[in-house]
Design a protein around this ligand. Structure first.
Ligand SMILES: [Zn+2]
Length: 168
């Protein structure tokens, strides 16, 4: 199923998979790339302005966890671990919700959604996730909040640079 996408420069392109277009750099993620490794791409979708929210997508097009190659598996877990560490160290994030499903129209990607106090009004666990994201999109899209979101992206960006140098 292909869809039409309008690029920043006004051109429109047809893509089969939004995640492929994003991880290959054909389209920019709003908020920019936080980190790019051999097999994965880390970004934040600022359409959902939550400080420290991260989307971790594979570069290769596949859907299921059991399709990860050995090399991808190792990179995946060490990347999640590093992102999570930086969320705690640099942004003081105490809890994270991880969301990932295999029946997606995009390919393999995981949301890492920080759990904040204000989210409790929407309940706990998986039931809270959609209302939380909608609340962020509809009610938190203001200059002040966006500033803290962008700062969060920059903090994670910096933290993950150190990951790169430590991994050689
Ligand atoms: Zn894809």
């Amino acid at each position: 199923m292909s869809r039409q996408i309008t690029l920043a420069d006004g051109r429109t392109v047809k893509v089969d998979c939004l995640s492929c277009a994003l991880t290959s750099g054909l389209i920019d993620s709003t908020g920019g790339v936080i980190y790019e490794s051999k097999h994965f791409h880390v970004h934040q979708d600022v359409a959902y302005p939550i400080r420290g929210l991260v989307i971790l997508a594979s570069k290769r097009h596949f859907y299921c966890m059991d399709e990860l190659s050995v090399e991808e598996r190792l990179e995946y877990i060490s990347l999640i671990h590093k992102i999570r560490s930086e969320q705690r160290l640099r942004l003081g994030i105490d809890k994270v919700y991880y969301f990932y499903n295999e029946d997606t129209t995009h390919h393999f990607h995981m949301w890492m959604v920080p759990r904040y106090e204000w989210m409790k009004q929407f309940g706990n666990s998986v039931e809270s996730l959609r209302p939380v994201l909608l609340h962020a999109r509809n009610k938190m899209n203001n200059e002040e909040n966006m500033k803290t979101v962008i700062e969060g992206i920059e903090e994670l960006w910096e933290g993950l640079r150190e990951f790169e140098s430590s991994e050689g």
